[in-house]
Design a protein around this ligand. Sequence first.
Ligand SMILES: Nc1ncnc2c1ncn2[C@@H]1O[C@H](COP(=O)(O)OP(=O)(O)OP(=O)(O)O)[C@@H](O)[C@H]1O
Ligand SMILES: [Mg+2]
Length: 438
Amino acid sequence: MKMTGCRKKKMAKPTYEELENKVRVLEQRVGHLHLLEKELRSLETQFSLVEKQLRQRQRMDSLGTLAQGVAHDFNNILSGIMAYLNILSLTDDNFSPSQKTYVRNIVNSVKRGAATVKQFQNLSNRAVSPKENIDIYTVAQEVFLLLDKTTDKLIEKKLDIEKGQVFVCADINEIHQVFMNLATNAVHAIEAKGLKKGDRIRLSVHAETRKGSHLQYLSKGEYYEILFEDTGIGMPEDVLRKAFDPLFTTKTGPENTGQGLGLAMVKDIITKRHEGYIEVDSSPGRGTVFHIFLPKADDACGLEEPPAVIQGGTETILIVDDDLSVRESLQRALEDFGYRILLAGDGEEGLARFKENARAVNLVLLDMIMPKMPGRELLKQMLKIDPDVKVIISSGHDEGHFEDPILKSAKDYLKKPFEINALEKAIRQVLDQKGCPA
Ligand SMILES: Nc1ncnc2c1ncn2[C@@H]1O[C@H](COP(=O)(O)OP(=O)(O)OP(=O)(O)O)[C@@H](O)[C@H]1O
Ligand SMILES: [Mg+2]
């Protein structure tokens, strides 16, 4: 018999303790596996959440691009209307007091239209808004009056604040939009539940302001807490969780189709534009209360600018804008102030006009998005001909003009739609600027 040289060792029988130890080690491993499995599941959930957010983000991005296009066209339309309205109000001596009021009301409506456009732009973070000292009562009353006229009388509209009581530092148009969106939702919620006697929409404000530093989500200054309540259908947990998400809506019926943008805008305005906070308390059958925290107006807010004095002038201004109504209305208004106006409907035409009149043109009012040659390219070409050319950019977008070296050479920037007084002031300032000494 051949020996292999390695003798098989006889395995000693494990002791009871050894077995117990092994079992303990195995148990620990199983425990670890469970933990790993749990972690994996939670990672999976997080991943699907991120994926969902990403998809939502992509939808928002394309919505943002679409909104930018609509906003651009709409701003041009509003610019035309605003310019004509300004002409009307400058020559309103023959108007009766009520006609003057009508014109003022239309101006306000146009401003609201511009604010709505701005909101779309805000959603993709492109516009900035000026804040002022506003009386919440004034804005809320306007919304409640409108509600009263347009909704069932059975819904009680209760504005539980006094005039001159609550002043916040905010953009009046944006706050108007906030209340309008909340009011529209409130009416829908009451209708969805089935309108009954005793239904109401109520706006009230906590008399005491709260220190931002005492609230975990707010940092500085003092805040008012505004409550916007309704006795509507209320929100179940799953709706409540998503209510502020962009594009989330439960209004998918044929009569009432929602876009799911109302509360997303409200949240954007309150938290991003006003450094405030909004939360909602709601459950089915109990109605809904939105708590809105807005900064109390302090001395630094709402310092009004003195009314502009129109100086006018006799210089030559080249207006380059692809929108006919903008060109014509601006021409009319600026000619009334004494200026000589040249017009061009696109970048190429603008360049031709500029070349023909290079010595005569004192200032160029330049649109950015135009066919054939965009405003930026035209500006570049004009700078080659005259490095000191005085240009005011007038555009519906914030073009990133602070970073772009070509756009930075413009002397001023006006966001459409603007008031003629603002344009005239900018024109005068630019024309009166002294050139750099040689
Ligand atoms: N006051 C409310 N009562 C009950 N549910 C509400 C209330 N406000 C909002 N919701 C719920 O939150 C969802 C999102 O509201 P949001 O205002 O963002 O969009 P929408 O009203 O559906 O559409 P849009 O405002 O774009 O027309 C609504 O579809 C609704 O289900
Ligand atoms: Mg809504």
